[in-house]
Ligand binder design. Structure first.
Ligand code: SF4
Length: 281
C-alpha cells in the first residue's frame, strides 16, 4: 500500500490528529545530519521514486473519502528528481479528485512550482527551517536549500494564500536554541503556526552529527547518554531541559500572535493541532 495510516514508528509521544501518509519517493537526498528516517530505511540518502507510483495511487485513491494525507513524512516530496518526474505534482492532482486535505512537509523551494494546485485544493505546507543562519543550515542539512531560500519560498506561498506552518525542528542545544530572530521573521511575513521539537539521538544520526559538529557533540554527550531519557531506540535530553527549551520557543511564538505545536515531547504545550493541520480550511 502506498497510502498508510500516519504512525511515526509507533511513537507513544505523537499527538498528531488522525491522518494518512504518502511518500512519493523512497529515501531523501537532503542528507540532514539529524535525520530519523535514515535509521529505518536502507540506502536512505539515495532518493528513488516509488515503483508504478501513479497507477497504484489512482487505484488506492478510489477508496478515499476526503481524509487528511501528509506528503511526506519519511522523505522530502520535492527532491531534485521531482523537477523532471513531476510525481508529487501528479499525486496532488490525483488526490485533489478525492477531495482530500493535503499537508505537504518539505525543506525544498520547489514546492512553489505547485502553488497553482495548492491554492485551489484544501492544503497547507509545513516548511522545516531549523535556523535563520545559512551557514548552520548548510552544516545540518547539506543538500537542502539554505534557510534564506526557504523563507523566500514561504513568502511566495503566503502571497498566493497557501497556508503555511514552519517546523523549527530539531532544536539542538548550543547550536540553534536561540530562535528569536527566525521567529520574528516568520511572524513578519505572515506565518501562522510554528511546530518545534528537540533533537532525538539515534545511533546513526549521532555518528553524522559528531562528525559535522564535533565540539558541540562533546558538550551534548552527557546530556543525552548520562542524564537524558530513553524512548525505544531514541535518546532524549533530560525532561526538564526539554521542557525549558520548548517553553521558550512557545513563548516567543505566541508573543508574536502565532500558534505553537510541540512535537513528540510528551508535554501539553500545543496551542493548536501540533502539526499545524488546523490551517487547512
Ligand atoms: S529532509 Fe527529512 S527525510 Fe530528508 S534527510 Fe532531512 S530529515 Fe531526513
Amino acid at each position: 500500500m502506498l497510502i498508510k495510516k500516519f504512525d511515526p514508528w509507533n511513537s507513544k509521544l505523537c499527538t498528531c490528529p488522525f491522518k494518512l501518509s504518502l511518500n512519493p519517493y523512497t529515501g531523501c537526498e537532503h542528507s540532514c545530519v539529524y535525520c530519523y528516517a535514515s535509521s529505518y530505511i536502507p540506502n536512505f540518502f539515495n532518493c528513488r521514486p516509488k515503483k508504478d507510483l501513479i497507477p497504484r495511487l489512482v487505484k488506492e485513491a478510489k477508496k478515499l473519502k476526503g481524509e487528511m494525507i501528509s506528503i511526506s513524512n519519511s522523505s522530502d516530496p520535492y527532491p531534485s528528481l521531482e523537477k523532471k518526474l513531476l510525481l508529487t505534482r501528479k499525486c496532488l492532482e490525483v488526490l485533489s479528485n478525492s477531495n482530500c486535505k493535503i499537508q505537504i512537509i518539505t525543506k525544498s523551494t520547489l514546492v512553489t512550482r505547485d502553488v497553482d494546485i495548492l491554492k485551489r485544493i484544501k492544503a497547507m505546507v509545513a516548511m522545516t527551517i531549523t535556523t535563520i543562519n545559512d551557514k548552520i543550515s548548510r552544516g545540518l542539512e547539506p543538500n537542502a536549500p539554505p534557510s534564506s531560500e526557504r523563507i523566500e519560498a514561504l513568502k511566495i506561498l503566503i502571497e498566493e494564500n497557501v497556508p503555511v506552518a514552519v517546523r523549527i525542528d530539531p532544536i539542538i542545544p548550543y547550536l540553534n536554541e536561540e530562535q528569536e530572530e527566525l521567529i520574528d521573521t516568520l511572524a513578519s511575513i505572515g506565518v501562522k503556526h510554528v511546530t518545534s521539537s528537540t533533537y532525538k539521538v539515534k545511533k546513526d544520526n549521532w555518528q553524522r552529527f559528531s562528525l559535522a559538529f564535533p565540539l558541540i557533540s562533546e558538550k551534548l554527550k552527557d546530556l543525552y547518554f548520562k542524564d537524558g531519557e530513553r524512548f525505544g531506540r531514541s535518546f532524549y535530553l533530560p525532561r526538564d531541559f526539554r521542557f525549558k527549551l520548548m517553553n521558550k520557543i512557545k513563548d516567543l511564538v505566541e508573543k508574536k500572535g502565532m500558534k505553537f505545536g510541540c512535537c513528540r515531547e510528551g508535554f501539553r504545550l500545543s496551542s493548536a493541532s501540533c502539526d499545524g493541520s488546523w490551517l487547512i480550511s
